[in-house]
Design a protein around this ligand. Sequence first.
Ligand SMILES: NC(=O)c1ccc[n+]([C@@H]2O[C@H](COP(=O)([O-])OP(=O)(O)OC[C@H]3O[C@@H](n4cnc5c(N)ncnc54)[C@H](OP(=O)(O)O)[C@@H]3O)[C@@H](O)[C@H]2O)c1
Length: 305
Amino acid sequence: MSGLPRILIVGYAGQVGVELQRSFSDAAEIICHDRDTVDLAVADQVRAMVRSAAPGIILNAAAYTAVDRAESEPEAAMAVNAMAPGILAEEAMRLGALLVHYSTDYVFDGSKSGPWIETDKPKPLNVYGSSKLAGEEAIQRIGGSYLIFRTSWVYGPHGNNFLLTMLRLARERERLDIVDDQLGAPTTSIELAGATRAIVNGVFTGSCGSANNWAGLYHMTNSGATSWCGFARAIFARADALLHGKAPAVMPIATTGYVTPAMRPMNSVLSNEKLYTRFGIRLAPWETALDAVIQRLTAQRFDET
Ligand SMILES: NC(=O)c1ccc[n+]([C@@H]2O[C@H](COP(=O)([O-])OP(=O)(O)OC[C@H]3O[C@@H](n4cnc5c(N)ncnc54)[C@H](OP(=O)(O)O)[C@@H]3O)[C@@H](O)[C@H]2O)c1
């Protein structure tokens, strides 16, 4: 038994939500919600969900994550990414519960030449980034026992993500043109959930001290950085067993050659030093984390056959 209080996982079916369920599976009680049971765009439903669960920990892995679609649905993105986290923070405060929330590298405009630190000024280029920033601000305004983890380029064995899209496209095409001038840190849902678990343990065993010592905003990504093109090449270099040796040719292109409704930052690499200094936690290099996901996918595939 973990000794953790009752946990509410919001967005349990998403990439990070699934891995949070795994990482916290030994908790005495976990209550899970997703779109099938609650619409986070409806304030009363968000409040009712927390009040009926009465958790000691809220893990919010839900978000409106369709970056391009958000440009034409700003109200929907704001409701889920800004309004709902604010209500979760209010309800967590009322219960004296810990709120863990995830945010994004897309709060930055990409103009910095080195890694972004937590005190750098956010300036989102798109609606998704603006809505996530508003969510961070809503939680910070309310305060209490909260942890906001800003992460980037999330992927894993499950859900909608770049890795699974690349593996699908590899079966359909012989050549892929991939953007090579946006830099970031691919980060696995597995590592995010594992680090979250370790930090929550520290908070509840008291080894992190009082909330004054640890509550706040942290960057949390796998270490290192690459471009989308570098990420694609690294995927295909490891995916022989999944693709039966049929990797496509990957051609680098500029952002200007791949027009999307939402603008994206050119450099969204986040510094993880604050996380390390405060909690002694460092996520693996992104290549090592990618190895682990490919291994899990390969094992799943052989399990299925
Ligand atoms: N994905 C990335 O590259 C990335 C990068 C940086 C930060 N993040 C952050 O990391 C966190 C986890 O992201 P993720 O990639 O795991 O997201 P995800 O796979 O898209 O999962 C998000 C979950 O939220 C649910 N959801 C969305 N709108 C909802 C609504 N109105 N009511 C109830 N549930 C709703 C989704 O349900 P449906 O599937 O039915 O919509 C989905 O299950 C988020 O805070 C995200 O902003 C993600």
